[in-house]
Design a protein around this ligand. Structure first.
Ligand SMILES: [Cu+2]
Length: 172
């Protein structure tokens, strides 16, 4: 009987600890307008591109960029195109080589409908051999390589996020 009581006391302690952890990591408070706030991911695979290139979300959701590449990349907002906040973003996403083996991460909250266009300033530069041509079957940046590895995908490293409002409409 004593052993049983002490075991249930231990269970209660563990339970309280888990609830405390959930609160600490914001799991229980991560609700918005009565529903869960979605957290969306854009990754950099071990290539110079954002995946997915185009992402559609709803206002109130967060987007987290995760750099799975060994190289550093950046998230830079193209504010001349952007109608959704936030502006003035120039964020380093450390690669695993410069971040102790861990992916660099960066999170933004989008609370307003519109478009968010962004690029990586390290990999959006055209050199003398890669002059700008509109992408298409015979256009864009064809072939080419950096350090012997095919490294381009027809456009500079960029991406776009479309933020819909609560009704699912594209704001502006
Ligand atoms: Cu990059």
């Amino acid at each position: 009987m004593t052993a049983l009581r002490s075991r249930s006391g231990q269970l209660r302690l563990v339970f309280a600890f888990v609830i405390g952890l959930l609160g600490y990591f914001g799991v229980t408070s991560d609700t918005w307008a009565g529903g869960p706030r979605h957290h969306r991911l854009v990754t950099v695979p071990q290539e110079d591109r954002f995946m997915p290139f185009a992402l559609t979300i709803r206002a109130g959701e967060t987007v987290e960029w995760v750099n799975l590449d060994t190289d550093d990349h950046t998230v830079v907002s193209d504010d001349s195109f952007n109608t959704a906040g936030p502006g003035g973003i120039d964020q380093l996403l450390p690669g695993t080589d410069s971040n102790g083996g861990r992916p660099g991460r960066f999170t933004l909250l989008f609370d307003k409908a519109g478009t968010f266009v962004y690029y990586c300033r390290f990999h959006a530069v055209l050199d003398a051999d890669h002059q700008p041509v509109a992408p298409g079957p015979k256009g864009g940046i064809q072939g080419g390589s950096t350090f012997g590895t095919p490294s381009n995908f027809g456009t500079p490293m960029s991406g776009v996020i479309t933020v819909l409002d609560d009704d699912g409409d594209e704001g502006g």
